[in-house]
Design a protein around this ligand. Structure first.
Ligand SMILES: [Zn+2]
Length: 249
């Protein structure tokens, strides 16, 4: 696996065209999961994607945008415009060095700034440089890990999936005796009108009581496989485009 554990000379020799940039978040995950949940998941998941693709794995960016979790001390975010500038600058740094493709692995659902970043970079840099964002919230569902999701509900935060993943990755950090289900009565878009604690007293959106380490193992494998397949589909789509008018985008 090609990663930040290699020397610069080894990376030069391998000369990869793909870089993998995982993005986490430091945010509350209810009373039963650690604040580093998204970062821990991003670390395990991005290793799997690097092993499957041979891309150059960068360390997980720990902090992104999670203002919707304000109210309990410990969650850390930056302003969305700062995140836009920071991420665009990192992508341009990779382009300057000759990377042709970057896959960003978004491991926190609330980074709404990802869409304008990816669209802007692709629209202005294609065909020399391409970015694909894989949002883990948009993964095809894995039936066995949705046992606790009632029809019509969508698990959003610290529920069965994330709890299963952490039971698999870092079981010593999980306090299952504190896990409680919560299905808020407002839609996800209401996080624009009040913090997560207005919708869910404990900061949970889903049913973590149904989580198991085995479900976490299956889900991690499933997410890695889906991410690699989707990344390859999107890069192939972008590469197949011919110039239209003045633009390759
Ligand atoms: Zn999370």
């Amino acid at each position: 696996m090609l990663s930040y554990n290699q020397s610069a000379d080894e990376i030069v020799r391998a000369n990869p065209e793909l870089a993998i940039l995982p993005i986490g978040s430091i945010e509350q995950h209810g009373p039963h999961l650690p604040i580093g949940t998204d970062w821990m998941i991003a670390t395990a998941y991005s290793k799997g994607v690097a092993e499957a693709t041979g891309g150059y794995l960068l360390p997980v960016l720990p902090i992104s945008t999670c203002r919707e979790h304000m109210g309990k001390k410990g969650s850390v975010w930056m302003d969305p415009d700062v995140f836009f500038d920071m991420l665009t600058s990192i992508l341009m740094c990779l382009k300057e060095q000759g990377f042709k493709k970057v896959v960003t692995l978004q491991c926190h659902g609330g980074i709404f700034m990802m869409t304008p970043i990816v669209r802007q970079v692709n629209a202005t840099c294609h065909p020399d440089f391409m970015v694909v964002n894989i949002d883990s919230m948009m993964m095809p569902p894995h039936a066995e890990t949705m046992e606790g999701t009632p029809p019509g509900q969508v698990e959003i935060h610290a529920g069965e999936s994330e709890t299963s993943l952490i039971l698999h990755i870092a079981p010593e950090t999980v306090k299952m005796e504190l896990a409680e289900a919560c299905w808020p009565t407002v839609p996800r878009s209401y996080l624009n009108y009040g913090s997560v604690f207005r919708a869910s007293q404990k900061g949970v959106w889903g049913d973590p009581t149904k989580a198991t380490a085995e479900k976490g193992r299956l889900l991690l494998e499933h997410n890695i496989k889906c991410a690699v397949a989707e990344m390859e589909r999107v890069f192939a789509y972008m590469e197949s485009k011919e110039k239209f008018g003045y633009s390759y985008f």
